[in-house]
Design a binder for this molecule. Structure first.
Ligand code: NDP
Length: 264
């Protein structure tokens, strides 16, 4: 039997063990998936081998340490310097980023989206903004703290702080990429900005999942379509599972089993 885990801190809330175990059972794959609270990211590689695992997911705050821990990186993980999936192939650790393709898949289900406004400029925004741009979307970032926007400016993205913000053309999609609303009741930006961008948009997404955030409540009041972060979470998991099982199963074969984690 192959063993898999998720490394993170905290990690007790993670849905990944349920998602992956449902897929192992449903597909009859001889694997089991656990969780591991890792305090010190620099120990990731050592723990990986000590536990004798075949693969792992990595969540906050260790995605950069996971990048450092790998022997080989796929092209996209190398570009964004963040790894959330590691596979052990003959004693070598191969690193991938499945968060960003998971998000891309989630937004590709929405129609007629070209111009996207990200509220937030943290680690998740970094990987997802790059994959969206590579796929042809026009991404603008708005963030509370100016310093975080510097690297996005250097990468050629349009950026705004709250006080600088001006909407020249409407955005088709507004995405809450912040953690505002995760453990508090705050909006990701001043309400005046939301009042300008949301009514002019076609849809909104919150990457937070499992709760109706103040941002999603605001968007629903404007009668605009919304999605929370569940699809992104599900899709990154399916893509990771494809790597864990060396592409023995297709996305559509894995999906119905993993999806059950969201209705249990
Ligand atoms: P980071 O810590 O890297 O970045 C946090 C971002 O949120 C920064 O832009 C920060 O702005 C902003 N922010 C935090 N609090 C507030 C606030 N009260 N008002 C305005 N801005 C705020 O986090 P990540 O990028 O790793 O994660 C962002 C979110 O994405 C989290 O909620 C996380 O749960 C979610 N996520 C969801 C996934 C899924 O599968 N659905 C996968 C990965 C992440 P500033 O620079 O000003 O501090």
């Amino acid at each position: 039997m192959q063993l898999f885990t998720i490394f993170g801190n905290p990690v007790s809330h993670s849905k990944s063990p349920l998602m992956h175990n449902l897929a192992f059972q449903g597909l009859g794959y001889d694997g089991v998936y656990t969780r591991y609270k890792l305090e010190d990211g620099s120990q990731l590689r050592e723990k990986f081998f000590e536990l004798g695992i075949s693969g792992a997911n990595i969540t906050v705050p260790h995605k950069e340490s996971a990048f450092e821990a790998c022997d080989e990186l796929d092209i996209f993980a190398k570009k964004v310097r963040a790894v959330n999936t590691i596979v052990n192939k003959d004693g070598k650790l191969y690193g991938y980023n499945t968060d960003a393709p998971g998000f891309l898949k989630a937004i590709s289900e929405l129609k007629d989206i070209e111009r996207v406004l990200f509220l937030g400029a943290g680690g998740t925004a970094q990987a997802t903004s790059v994959i969206l741009r590579d796929a042809g979307y026009d991404v603008t970032l708005l963030n509370r703290t100016p310093l975080r926007l510097e690297k996005f400016k250097q990468m050629g993205f349009k950026t705004f702080t709250f006080s600088e913000f001006k909407m020249s053309d409407p955005f088709d999609l507004v995405v809450n990429m912040t953690s505002a609303g995760l453990e508090d009741d705050s909006l990701p930006c001043p309400i005046e900005i939301l009042e300008e961008v949301v009514p002019a948009s076609k849809a909104s997404i919150d990457v937070i999942y499992g709760k109706e955030t103040p941002f999603l409540k605001f968007v629903k009041k404007q009668n605009k379509p919304t999605k929370d972060g569940s699809d992104m979470l599900l899709y990154q998991g399916i893509i990771a599972f494809e790597y864990f099982t060396d592409h023995q199963y297709s996305f559509d074969e894995i999906k119905p089993y993993m999806q059950q984690a969201f209705i249990i």
